[in-house]
Write a protein that binds this ligand. Structure first.
Ligand SMILES: *Cc1c(COP(=O)(O)O)cnc(C)c1O
Length: 329
């Protein structure tokens, strides 16, 4: 798509990420056939879905001559880790507004943030980048030119990464001569969902895009579905196409967000063990394990037909397995 190719973009990942079937797992559950899209192998600092958004976000920041990147998230944010790695690769300074207090033990994503030389600002209760404007003002006062990357990389520019990702997916399924009936993924700050929604509409794809909600509560003061629709519409306007997504368009399943963000329950533990033991693939405890466990539960409840082909979009997050907390007792 020409309008997408015309957007500023900074190469950070290795594309396409692999797409392959999970035959041992599919045989065990007795249908539908499960496939996986390996954005955990995107290549940037242990990979993940934020690499796709960052290519467009960092591309835009570089066009504005930014010498610094600022973003924020939870202490174990995968988005912050990938942003810190991108900054290191490009010789930019990186500031991270992280939720919580400085922990005694620096592990997982936080350890990687420090290895990439990011400056950490501890923000207590504020784990969704609320302190970014204050940090930005301070850096400007010091004469720096910071580029702000929103929480989760989820704005209309970041979502373009998943418009491009959807085109990558359709090219792969065409080459395999294999159609998919559904795509299941973890949905949290909305950029992945919005980009896939727009990409699917642009491709005239009629499968089912099912986002498993990871976090409860409002997104930027709005119900989550409304926020996703708004992002998708704004991304469309960046590509000079008119779209009219509404809150009725994103398909969301909230059934598994109950325990709260980052709270690991038996759903996540069982999903991690199952995929590790049957396929040698690792899920992360916060996002992909909840989404994969949720998908298996939806299958058990008969949401998909036994003859369907379902793609699980692996969005990364592996370093959170090494946070020193006891996920497995
Ligand atoms: C951020 C993240 C997600 C959610 O993507 P959004 O675009 O924020 O909805 C899913 N999985 C992992 C591993 C993530 O880091």
């Amino acid at each position: 798509m020409k309008a997408l190719e015309a957007q500023p973009r900074c190469p950070l990942g290795f594309w396409p990420t692999p797409l392959h079937p999970l035959d041992r797992l599919s045989a065990e559950i007795g249908g539908p056939r499960i496939w996986i899209k390996r954005d955990d192998l995107s290549g940037l600092a242990f990979g993940g879905n934020k690499t796709r958004k960052l290519e467009f976000l960092v591309g835009g920041a570089r066009q504005l001559g930014c010498d610094t990147l600022i973003t924020g998230g939870a202490a174990q944010s995968n988005h912050c880790r990938q942003t810190a790695a991108a900054a290191a690769q490009l010789g930019l300074e990186c500031h991270l507004a992280l939720g919580g207090e400085a922990p005694k033990q620096v592990t997982g994503n936080l350890l990687l943030d420090e290895l990439f030389g990011a400056r950490i600002h501890w923000c207590g209760e504020q784990r969704k980048g609320e302190m970014i404007p204050q940090i930005e003002a301070e850096l400007r006062a010091q004469g720096r030119n910071p580029g702000v990357i929103p929480y989760g990389g989820s704005n209309a520019i970041g979502a373009l990464g998943f418009v491009a990702a959807f085109a990558e997916f359709t090219a792969q399924t065409r080459a395999l001569d294999q159609s998919m009936d559904g795509i299941v993924f973890a949905s949290s700050s909305g950029g992945t969902h919005a980009g896939l929604l727009l990409g699917a509409r642009l491709a005239d794809w009629s499968g089912r895009l099912l986002g498993i909600e990871i976090d409860k509560g409002l997104s930027n003061g709005k119900p989550f579905a409304e926020w996703i629709a708004e992002l998708a519409n704004t991304s469309a306007s960046l590509l000079a196409v008119e779209m009219d997504f509404t809150a009725a368009d994103p398909i969301l399943c909230r059934d598994y967000a109950g325990p709260g963000y980052g709270v690991v329950s038996s759903l996540e533990r069982e999903a991690i063990r199952l995929l590790a033991e049957r396929e040698g693939i690792l899920l992360d405890p916060v996002y992909t394990a909840r989404a994969f466990g949720g998908m298996l539960d939806q299958i058990r409840r008969g949401v998909f037909a036994a003859t369907d082909n379902i793609l699980f979009w692996h969005t990364g997050g592996g370093p959170a397995l090494f946070t020193g907390e006891t996920i497995f007792k």
